[in-house]
Ligand binder design. Structure first.
Ligand code: BDR
Ligand code: CA
Length: 308
């Protein structure tokens, strides 16, 4: 039986792939959106587009339009103003649900026991849900997030975008006591899409394949322009889904994780206390440190192929 999941996201090229994998390999009960890569209206529009293109049935629930204590910061340099630069975006025929992200998370988890919450954007909605109803913790199987970097950052030298945008929310989630899986940059940078992969996707020869191939090509090129010397785009967010649906593809380490809050130069830094076992620090996360990238890319390819 497929695991029940709710994906909280800010699509975003890589969030689109996370949604695709969640719909294919899990029971995708709801999608909630948050301001992150682009403003909330764009995240919501793009999530609806994903549901429409992939023929999924989950409703999309708009959530927080800003972090808990700061102004939003968008990732336009990588994802463009639309959040999905690259393909021509088709007309959208779906509308967002009138129920908010927090309502959807709380109500869905009251109806279905043992959901995984999968966070692929800033963690504002999940933090607000935990705040609104702390008993949420008793109803979920756990929280799997893409966020943080053990040894490098992508917004500052040490901080990763999702945690940096809303570190206060991240701290609530990380210290919530929920079973927590973290996919940091160190693992997501092992799962790269290249122009060659985009060509393989295009060769599947369907309209969804050309759409995804355009997404991958532009994503890889943007990373070449702002981050690497070559066109390789890290598929960050799919890791947070696969860590739940295909844990056998990963190597995990248990760690004691904290996040630096506030507005100083360390904002959003994720700290893993490697002394934890000696200090009796509470271990609060399973951190993905290695992924079988070939197997994961094959799952992405097969998922695209499965869309009629
Ligand atoms: C994260 O930030 C966004 O750009 C991606 O969608 C991913 O969730 C990587 O730092
Ligand atoms: Ca994201």
């Amino acid at each position: 039986m497929a695991l029940p999941v709710i994906v909280d996201c800010d699509p975003g090229h890589d969030d689109m792939v996370a949604l695709l994998l969640a719909g294919r390999h899990a029971d995708l009960l709801a999608v909630t959106t948050v301001a992150g890569n682009a403003p909330l209206e764009r995240s919501t529009y793009n999530a609806l587009l994903a549901i429409q293109l992939f023929n999924f049935t989950a409703h999309v629930h708009p959530g927080a339009d800003r972090p808990l204590t700061a102004k939003s910061g968008f990732a336009t340099g990588l994802h463009g103003a639309s959040g999905l630069d690259g393909p021509v975006l088709p007309p959208l025929h779906l509308s967002p649900s009138p129920r908010s992200a927090v309502e959807a998370i709380l109500e869905t988890t009251r109806q279905v026991d043992g959901c995984w919450l999968i966070g692929t954007g800033p963690l504002t909605n999940i933090a607000l849900s935990l705040r609104a109803d702390p008993t949420l913790l008793d109803r979920i199987a756990g929280i799997s997030i893409m966020g943080g970097g053990l040894s490098f950052g992508n917004v500052t030298a040490g901080a990763e975008f999702n945690l940096w945008v809303d570190p206060e929310a991240a701290a609530i989630v990380i210290h919530s006591g929920a079973p927590l899986i973290i996919s940091p940059l160190d693992v997501t940078h092992q799962l790269m899409v290249t122009p060659r992969f985009a060509d393989q996707v295009r060769a599947l020869d369907s309209s969804i394949a050309s759409f995804m191939a355009d997404l991958f090509r532009v994503f890889a090129e943007r990373y070449r322009d702002v981050f690497f010397d070559e066109a390789i785009g890290p598929l960050h967010d799919p890791c947070a889904v696969l860590a739940v649906t295909h844990p056998e593809l990963f190597e995990f380490r248990e760690m004691a994780i904290t996040v630096v809050t506030g507005h100083g130069p360390g904002r959003g830094l994720m700290l893993a206390d490697r002394r934890a076992s000696k200090l009796d620090e509470p271990i609060n996360a399973k951190v993905a440190v290695r992924i079988d990238a070939d197997a994961a890319l094959d799952l992405v390819l097969r998922a695209i192929e499965s869309i009629p």
